[in-house]
Write a protein that binds this ligand. Structure first.
Ligand code: SAM
Length: 252
């Protein structure tokens, strides 16, 4: 279904739909798969989807996958062919777990992977900043001794504040009470991932689109996006949501 401005939502199973996408066409896969941790009917890990995504990426492409540490460790074999490069922690204001015999989980991970053969220099990256550096900060960084000869000390001075690299722990309210989907991600946690990993006008793929959060953020950033969703109910939710979302610089 073409939702305009380069946004496409496909109603189907990711496992049968992914092979139909053009190989080497995708700048980044950004997705929130079923974690396999709840009793929700659709919450089953779709075995084999990661392998299908490998050939879809451009040589500079990468994959961001939301999940819990338990999910990543339980499914570690599924990540064969991928190399972990970094992670972001989403800190929520409260958790959703009902367990009273462990730490209350108020965070999730978004982990970035690249195909194993890809080197860091090849990966597209546009580091994201926040405009909150403390004014008059002076940092001195010397090369650690184990790096070999110690050169001149590098002095960094920020006299007037300004941008600094976005922190890897991002606090963001979850969608409780205003969600259209039981595991809906806030747009604010998806946005920095797209800004970081997709060049202007690039193509994002979300094989588990749910209520269409990745598609909505892609549209707001002027990116193209293909979403896949198996559940008829959520296809409808995402379609209505996208039909009401304004594109950057123009009406939808
Ligand atoms: C964790 S939710 C994604 C929620 C989404 N991030 C949002 O903000 O709304 C995962 C979604 O994957 C869908 N799903 C599960 N298995 C699928 C499959 N094999 N193919 C396509 N979609 C699937 C589920 O119906 C569910 O909506």
């Amino acid at each position: 279904m073409n939702l305009g401005n380069g946004i496409t939502l496909i109603h189907g199973d990711a496992l049968t739909t992914l092979p139909l996408i053009e190989a080497g066409s995708v700048d980044a896969v950004v997705t929130d798969p079923p974690y396999g941790e709840t009793s929700l009917k659709w919450d089953r890990w779709p075995r084999g989807w990661l392998k299908l995504c490998l050939s879809l990426l451009k040589p500079s492409g990468s994959l961001w996958c939301f999940g819990s540490m338990r999910m990543f460790l339980d499914e570690v074999a599924e990540f064969e062919g991928w190399r972990f490069v970094q992670d972001v922690v989403w800190e929520k204001q409260n958790g959703s777990g009902l367990h009273n015999d462990r730490f209350r989980r108020v965070h999730e991970h978004a982990c970035q992977f690249v195909p194993k053969a890809q080197v860091w220099a090849d990966m597209f990256k546009a580091p994201v900043t926040t405009p909150d550096a403390t004014a008059r900060t002076v940092r001195r960084k010397a090369r650690p001794a184990h790096w070999g000869a110690i050169g001149n000390e590098h002095v960094f001075t920020s006299e007037d504040g300004g941008p600094r690299l976005m922190r890897s722990v991002i606090a963001m309210r979850n969608m409780h009470g205003r969600a259209m989907h039981p595991t809906q991600k806030p747009e604010g946690i998806v946005e920095p991932l797209l800004r970081y990993s997709v060049p202007g006008g690039g193509l994002v793929l979300d094989p588990f689109a749910g209520s269409g959060t990745t598609l909505a953020v892609a549209r707001s950033l002027g990116l193209r996006c293909i979403g896949i969703e198996a559940n008829t109910k959520y296809v409808e939710v995402a379609t209505n949501r996208l039909r009401g979302t304004l594109a950057l610089g123009g009406a939808a």
